[in-house]
Design a protein around this ligand. Structure first.
Ligand SMILES: Cc1ncc(COP(=O)(O)O)c(C=O)c1O
Length: 385
């Protein structure tokens, strides 16, 4: 009855089963993977958010394949605040970054074509690729006092079917940003091999230091698609508003935009009230981001304080984002360890293999978890070793 592409193994893994058992037991759980910003105790400007959804203009249907101009202009203002000039004509609005990925995968790839993805990275790529009949090929990131792209391995991974290189900037969960030199090499590689650059910048604003970070938005040297959205930037994943920006040499960008527009026109996904509210939603990102960065810094300080008092575990360096990677002793698989924490410490962390870490010995904790919960969960985890 069903397409091969949906032939997933949908039986739960041992960790999800352990979590279900724990929940069914009704015991308290210290959630160190919290990543839903609406449940982490941040104060939102509720009145402004709700008022923005009541724009009478939403009573009129004004279909536009790229999305309403007022919303796209608000996105250009977001970039101009970073000193990057983007034209509203180069933006297509989508309901999520995931949908933006789907559009770009559809634009670039025939069935069986390949896209290069970083490892470790964000676990959703597998499903997105399956649904679009795309094959993912991993290229390793290497850690040596900070993360970097292993360009030798990246080059080795390129086959004639490779259509693009995906970068997550900063990456989830390693929290490292792409550097100028890496951007230059990526541009050179993609331009020479006829590949596109696909940059996920949903965490771009969450840098720990004030240093100016590289953004791929407006990158002129290779065909580039930059995705971001309100999910992380404004802490509004439920509002379902994201975008993809095209740039690059005109002879590639023009047809890319024409085709992307047809894909977007086929769905016309974003709804009117949210598009009309997007300028107000983006405006309230400042207050949200301030709270997030305060939380991230406090949790990181607590993490370092507790790590300094023991010698079994360390954390990897990070430059931004919402997550910390812990290096822990390997006496069992990361999954077994995460299950042991659930069962004996009532604490939930993610095993590294969720994020494609090459070996065992890595745990991922969310730095936006509530401070008390984070400190107590961490204390329990460290007491295990
Ligand atoms: C790196 C990265 N990209 C994209 C997303 C999803 O964003 P959206 O809600 O816009 O689909 C996430 C969500 O966790 C993410 O971590």
């Amino acid at each position: 009855m069903f397409a091969e592409r949906t032939n997933w193994n949908l039986t739960g893994n041992r960790l999800s089963e352990a979590l279900a058992r724990h929940r069914a037991g009704g015991k308290q759980l210290l959630d160190l993977i919290a990543s839903n910003p609406t449940e982490c105790g941040f104060a939102y400007d509720n009145e402004t958010i709700l008022a923005a959804l009541q724009n009478p203009a939403a009573l009129r249907y004004e279909p536009n394949p790229k999305g309403l101009e007022s919303a796209r202009l608000a996105v250009t203002e977001y970039y101009s605040a970073r000193g990057v000039a983007i034209s509203a004509d180069d933006i297509v609005l989508t309901t999520s970054t995931s949908e933006a990925y789907s559009f770009v995968f559809r634009l670039l790839c025939n069935p069986g074509d390949e896209l290069l993805i970083p490892a470790p990275s964000y676990p959703l790529f597998g499903f997105l690729a399956d649904i679009q009949d795309v094959k993912l090929v991993r290229y390793p990131l290497v850690y040596d006092h900070g993360w970097q792209i292993d360009f030798h391995s990246l080059q080795q991974a390129i086959t004639p079917r490779a259509r693009g290189v995906i970068v997550v900037n900063p990456n989830n969960p390693t929290g490292h940003f792409v550097k100028e030199k890496e951007l230059a090499k990526l541009n050179e590689l993609c331009a020479a091999r006829g590949m596109a650059l696909i940059a996920d910048e949903v965490f771009l604003d969450f840098a720990l230091s004030g240093a100016q970070r590289v953004t791929f938005a407006g990158n002129p040297s290779a065909l580039t698609f930059v995705m971001s959205g309100l999910s992380k930037i404004a802490g509004l994943p439920h509002m379902k508003m994201a975008w993809v920006i095209s740039s690059g040499p005109g002879e590639l960008k023009r047809p890319a935009m024409e085709r992307l527009e047809v894909i977007a026109d086929t769905y016309l996904s974003p709804n009117a009230p949210v598009q009309l509210a997007t300028p107000a939603f983006l405006e309230q990102r400042h207050g949200f981001q301030k709270q997030v960065m305060t939380r991230v810094r406090k949790n990181l300080t607590e993490l370092d304080r507790q790590l300094a008092a023991q010698s079994a575990c360390v954390r990897l360096e990070l430059e931004g984002g919402w997550y910390a990677v812990l290096r822990v002793p390997v006496a069992q698989t990361d999954e077994e360890l995460a299950i042991a924490f659930l069962e004996t410490k009532d604490t939930y962390v993610h095993p590294g293999h969720f994020f494609d870490f090459a070996g065992d010995g890595y745990l991922i904790a969310s730095l936006i978890a509530r401070e008390q919960e984070f400190a107590e969960g961490l204390r329990r985890i460290l007491s295990y070793f």
